[in-house]
Design a protein around this ligand. Structure first.
Ligand SMILES: Cc1ncc(COP(=O)(O)O)c(C=O)c1O
Length: 409
């Protein structure tokens, strides 16, 4: 047997790896039947709860009909269903959807789409990207380049492309961000093709929240300088922030959104990059060299599409948001108990005392172990402890999580 190399895992620490036999609702269930509360939705992917029977049945049905076909020159009903159903949740400004397989890849697609747009319009100069400090957009090269300099991408620094940075819009310091962007655009606007942002929450950066009006201001500036406004809703999409998409809390509609994780309810891998007609039209031509050069073998995999389609059925009338509201009300009652506590939708975060505050701090693994010893999965980001459960989580599970949090604060 080959030894399995796990992601974001330091095997040298020789910490135990647990085998999970099955899942249900907010629980990961070990071989011996022990139930672990999944307090982070299995890396923010699961939204509606594990083993959702409706999505599972759709996957099974589709797997018996067709599992995979080439998506260049062919289409299938599950993909048509997803584009039709998703469009009902989006404003008319969005007209086209490009499918892919993961959060990182739909970000790559978005960046390529934006820069290629200008290239096809004979504006080859506009190829620079702007992003926030502390941002995270995935672990592929475009994602790493757009993400903040950190321990995550340090070994590859020389291989990454330059990205222009503006400060994260900390509460009451939003003007600094807006002014920094203004200055950048004045100096280099004719070279900037896109700005990519995590709307309202910088997740891996430490659950840093910011106000929706910042999106309005940055969007306005982007349009003045003909810059594509890209929102990475990989984590925030599908209800995490209390609205179906985080950008809905602002007054703008971006040019491109990146979706993954909650798109299938967190069941099977899939992603989509949704864009405007203006972008699509820049590639529409009799000239083959102007096509969008991106694909992966499993683009629009029918089984994954069936899962996404079923997930979108469950979002009809945006019902899952009622659960997010319920969880949010629970969080509100906890706010006073913790340092720098903050909540947004389904996310609760605070800062624990002690230890150096970075991803590799010593505190995080100790706390991770303490939680797991008590059958709760939480993965602190340095000193930042956060909770982001599947929306079906029961009050008694929240009580158990917060009981533990009170012990360590
Ligand atoms: C905002 C954001 N973008 C992109 C990604 C990358 O997604 P994936 O892990 O599916 O490649 C993540 C993952 O957590 C994310 O939070």
């Amino acid at each position: 047997m080959l030894d399995i190399w796990h992601p974001f895992w330091q095997h040298g620490l020789e910490e135990p790896i647990f085998e999970i036999k099955e899942t249900k609702d907010e629980f990961l269930i070990k071989k011996d039947g022990t139930k672990i509360i999944d307090g982070i939705s299995s890396w923010w992917a699961n939204t509606l709860g594990h083993n959702n029977p409706y999505i599972a049945s759709a996957i099974k049905k589709q797997a018996e009909i067709m599992q995979q076909i080439i998506f260049a020159g062919f289409v299938h009903k599950p993909a048509i269903d997803v584009s039709e159903k998703l469009s009902k949740f989006l404003p008319n400004k969005f007209t086209h959807i490009f499918f892919s397989d993961s959060g990182s890849i739909c970000v790559e697609v978005a960046l390529k789409m934006a820069v290629g747009y200008y290239y096809n319009k004979f504006n080859k100069n506009k190829s620079k990207i702007v992003a926030f400090e502390h941002s995270y957009h995935g672990d592929t090269f475009g994602g790493m380049s757009s993400g903040a300099d950190s321990v995550f991408n340090a070994p590859y620094k020389k291989m990454l492309f330059d990205v222009l940075r503006i400060p994260y819009p900390k509460k009451n310091e939003e003007e600094k961000t807006i002014e920094a962007y203004k200055k950048l655009l004045k100096e280099k606007g004719n070279e900037i093709g896109a700005i990519i942002l995590e709307p309202l929450v910088l997740g891996s950066g430490g659950m840093l929240f910011y106000e929706p009006f910042v999106l309005d201001e940055l969007y306005k500036l982007s349009k003045e300088y003909d810059v594509m406004f890209v929102l990475d809703e990989v984590m925030t999409g599908f209800g995490r922030c209390g609205t179906m998409f985080a950008y809905e809390q602002s007054n703008i509609v971006p040019d491109i959104i990146c979706l993954s994780k909650g798109l299938t309810g967190g069941t099977v891998p899939m992603a989509a990059t949704v864009c405007t007609k203006e972008i699509y039209d820049a590639y529409y031509s009799k000239d083959k060299s102007k096509m969008f050069f991106h694909s992966s073998s499993y683009t629009a995999n029918p089984v994954c599409m069936a899962a996404a389609s079923a997930n979108l059925d469950l979002w009809e009338n945006k019902k899952p948001l009622d659960d997010v509201k319920r969880i949010n009300s629970y969080y509100k009652k906890q706010l006073g108990n913790f340092k720098d506590a903050r909540i947004k939708g389904d996310i609760f975060a605070f800062e624990a005392d002690g230890g150096e505050n970075n991803y590799v701090s010593n505190l995080a693994p100790k706390l991770y172990k303490f939680f797991l010893d008590n059958n709760v999965l939480l993965r602190p980001l340095g000193n930042t402890i956060y909770v982001m459960p599947p929306y079906c989580i029961k009050e008694e599970s929240l009580d158990k999580i917060f009981g533990l949090l009170k012990k360590i604060k």
